[in-house]
Design a protein around this ligand. Structure first.
Ligand code: HSE
Length: 441
């Protein structure tokens, strides 16, 4: 049987990882794919000493790879929107299958890429785009095919998870830990993508489309980062039995689909609450299987290569099949994609952690609880701390003390109206800090 030729575009950390793992495990990969797989052409601006390319053809122009008639599968590892989009569209137009690790590209342009691939009868696979080495896309698309998926929640940004873990374990400040995280090499080229949740939103949108069989819709994803998390919130959450994690949550409710990325308090007894450092995990709840948890490295050369090569093997296995007989890109055929509406954040139902800094005066707590009660919001837990500002013993009336509350589930728009009323109290001189709470039960 003819060997399948791979062209790789991009020879950074992941590209070198793919070359190394392919070389190391060449025989077992061929056995699994059912035929020989050869890397025959690499497009890269420069060589990478992390791998040995032997006599593999190298081009400085990545488009030479997609225009190479001998290449069967193009592996796009350059990242970003352009020229990645042009490269992938050109590869498809040339009748080549595509494997990509590019989450931003799939989240933003997946619909047009998949439509073009369908029309041309080629596959586009992207396991490495979400949660690095964890085979979460295959799990949702194929392993859970029997289920109606109810919700999923994931720690899908290692940089953010590392920062929150260091803040909790070592009491460090956000800015200080961010510098470390960048040095670890996990952070995006623009680290605001990590800390403001954009990277996680790219990944969540992809997972939601697979889970609910719907087109990609990045604009419908609510995104909030972790830069406003204060060390005291991490401590108070712990005292209340919770951990703060930056979660991507997708949930099917009666009115449609929620897609949201934000810091979240989760009970510390949940397995996912104990996923620390740069590790990733995704919890998926199916109606038949119940909750399932997928854990592993969310980035790095070889974990990501593991997913890229798994996709290559999948393409090779189905390369001679009629396109109709291959696994559809989003788990269901293009014409069967659902038209579920997506909900705005003000329409979600969740519980909330609130930290309200108030003047230390009698009766303040009752004013706050009255506002919540008037809004129909019950309180599940209260913590009031005697904190003297900066250790200075000031007059009682001007002293600021935090009141910490956990509410029951409520509609976000109702909760926000109550927050506005709390902020209007004379004894409240700064914005209310709030974090959403999910039981993930
Ligand atoms: N910046 C990403 C992270 C890399 O920290 O998880 C993997 O997508």
């Amino acid at each position: 049987m003819k060997a399948i030729n791979i062209g790789i575009c991009g020879l950074g950390t992941v590209g070198a990882g793919v070359v190394n793992v392919m070389q190391r495990n060449v025989a077992s990969i061929a056995a699994r794919a059912g035929r020989e797989i050869l890397i025959t052409h690499i497009g890269a601006r420069r060589d990478n000493p992390a791998c040995d390319l032997g006599s593999t053809k190298i081009s400085r122009d990545i488009f030479a790879v997609v225009n190479d008639p001998d290449v069967d599968i193009v592996v796009e590892l350059i990242g970003g929107y352009e020229p990645a989009l042009e490269l992938v569209m050109q590869a498809i137009a040339n009748g080549k299958h595509v494997v990509t690790a590019n989450k931003a590209l799939i989240a933003m342009h997946g619909n047009e890429i998949f439509a073009a691939a369908d029309a041309r009868g080629v596959s586009v696979l992207f396991e490495a785009a979400v949660a690095g080495g964890i085979p979460i896309i295959k799990a949702i698309r194929e392993g859970l095919a029997a289920n109606s998926i109810e919700w999923l929640a994931g720690i899908i940004n290692g940089t953010g998870n590392y920062i929150l873990t260091e803040m909790r374990d070592k009491g460090r400040q956000f800015d200080d830990v961010l510098v470390d995280a960048q040095q670890l090499g996990y952070a995006e080229a623009d680290p605001t993508f990590d800390v403001e949740g954009i990277d996680a939103a790219h990944k969540l949108v992809i997972l939601a489309s697979l889970a609910f069989g719907m087109p990609l819709n990045f604009d419908a994803c609510f995104t909030e980062g972790i830069s406003a998390i204060a060390p005291q919130d991490v401590i108070f959450a712990g005292e209340l039995g919770y951990r703060i994690k930056h979660l991507g949550i997708a949930r099917k409710v009666e009115q449609g689909v929620e897609m949201r990325v934000h810091p979240t308090l989760i009970p510390q007894r949940r397995l996912i609450a104990n996923v620390d450092g740069v590790m990733n995990a995704v919890l998926v709840k199916g109606d038949a299987v119940g909750p399932t948890l997928y854990y592993g490295a969310g980035a790095g050369a070889e974990p990501t290569a593991s997913s890229v090569i798994a996709d290559i093997v999948d393409v090779v296995r189905g390369i001679d099949a009629e396109p109709i007989n291959r696994v559809p890109t989003l788990g269901v055929a293009q014409q069967a994609l659902s038209t579920l509406p997506t909900l705005s954040i003000s329409d979600i139902n969740t519980a909330y952690y609130l930290r309200i800094n108030v003047s230390d005066q009698p009766g303040v707590l009752s004013h706050v609880t009255q506002i919540l009660s008037d809004a129909g919001i019950s309180i599940e837990a209260v913590l009031q701390k005697e904190v003297v500002q900066q250790g200075v013993q000031s007059e009682q009336a001007s002293r600021q003390v935090p009141i910490v509350l956990i509410t029951s589930q409520t509609l976000e728009s109702q909760f926000m109206a109550a927050v506005k009323n709390i902020e209007a109290l004379d004894v409240v001189q700064e914005s209310v800090h709030f974090i959403r709470v999910e039981s993930l039960g």
